[in-house]
Design a protein around this ligand. Sequence first.
Ligand code: HEM
Length: 485
Amino acid sequence: MSQRVLTTESGAPVADNQNSATAGVGGPLLLQDQHLLEKLARFNRERIPERVVHARGSGAYGHFEVTDDVTDFTHADFLGAVGKRTEVFLRFSTVADSLGGADAVRDPRGFAVKFYTEEGNYDLVGNNTPVFFIKDPIKFPDFIHSQKRDPFTGRQEPDNVWDFWAHSPEATHQVTWLMGDRGIPASYRHMNGYGSHTYQWTNSRGESFFVKYHFKTNQGVRSLSSEQAAEIAGKDPGSHQTDLLQAIERGVHPSWTLHVQLMPAAEAADYRFNPFDLTKVWPHQDYPLKRVGRLVLDRNPDNVFAEVEQAAFSPNNFVPGIGPSPDKMLQGRLFAYADAHRYRLGVNHTLLAVNAPRATTARNYGRDGLMASNPQGRYSKNYEPNSYDGPVETGRPLAAPLAVNGHTGTHEAPPHTKDDDFFQAGELFRLMSAEEKSRLVANIAGGLSQVSRDDVIEKNLAHFHAADPEYGRRVEEAVRALRED
Ligand code: HEM
């Protein structure tokens, strides 16, 4: 049969793709019209559940190349030699809105990297912000509910957004970040990426370091004002997608330089604040940036649904030499993602081309399930231990063991000398230029003044006062002025 012949899904030639089969001319349709039934039924099933957060995104392939020696800190093979290259897939995203939202909005951006290493896929699922709103995963569903659409009004509600923050003083740092100039990146190419959490690296001598990742954009950081963003979002809701797609198609390949901050594990307990608190950054004076390598994106996916919508990143996909820290938020995420993937994509999502290892093969005894297409069969056993030379464990843990102590219970984090939720928000405010401060104050006041309850407004104002007296005073004045209008 010629390659140009249209076929049904079972490969039989289609006689007519313009007219459904009818009982007589002008008569009702025939149930035997397999091509029509198949087309309509498949169409009904084209959508899958969107990601519960980060629904809207764009992705691209590229590579990561090591430029600096970090073998004193980790024995991860893909970081093991200067010049070593690893294929990557990166998905950028907005967070709060659903798939039909717009790109140019005030919202954090996702920055999820899959490194296809020879020791398995390593997923670093970060954001464009070095910190986050909360520090315990038990608050995550409530936080997201408050930021997404209200179940009654179907809109994002300032009342809900600010009510949650009123009860979450630890959010003040990230709120300051989000309402500042970097809150609306001009495009995905013009923003940094951060692992945000603290992770653990282990070197070949078994020594442990805590590590934070920073991907600095080589395109320069560029942002939009609220007014520019509103105009762009109206004209092209997919503005970030358009920008990334067209740049790569033109051969303009965006790149980021990866730096890390490294803390010897023994220093964590006595650091002045909890180094595993996701609402805080580590000052660079304490732990300077160390360059590691360069990430370049140079290939657009051929099929957005297959490769971007079905991409599955999980913070618990580690490789030898890299592991989690005790950061509670990270620990919660180690469960949440693969669970979401099993619901959103099914148990065999790891067999999809974008998610499967590329520089090695997955060899294990997981079998079957919906849409299984793994080739193991015939003489390969589906149990272990076995006597048939099947794959076996290495006995080598991915990362060095971490000490724990105390009793089980719902504890707050261990106390450090400077744990308060506000000082880094104040430091960020004081770093800003006069113009940036004015825009920050105007952005916060624009949102907070729309809140209907005075007690919610007052609680939020108290947080800005606690961060910095000038910050608090200016936000308060701006909110009161807008409320009186
Ligand atoms: C997506 C949960 C915090 C970055 C998701 C998804 C879930 C989730 C369920 C959808 C996954 C999917 O369907 O593929 C959580 C929970 C968190 C948390 C429970 C806190 C306890 C964070 C933090 C960051 C982050 C702190 C960044 C540092 C992302 C990114 C995506 C995502 C980038 C999109 C991944 C992609 O492009 O497919 N999150 N999240 N999340 N999350 Fe989180």
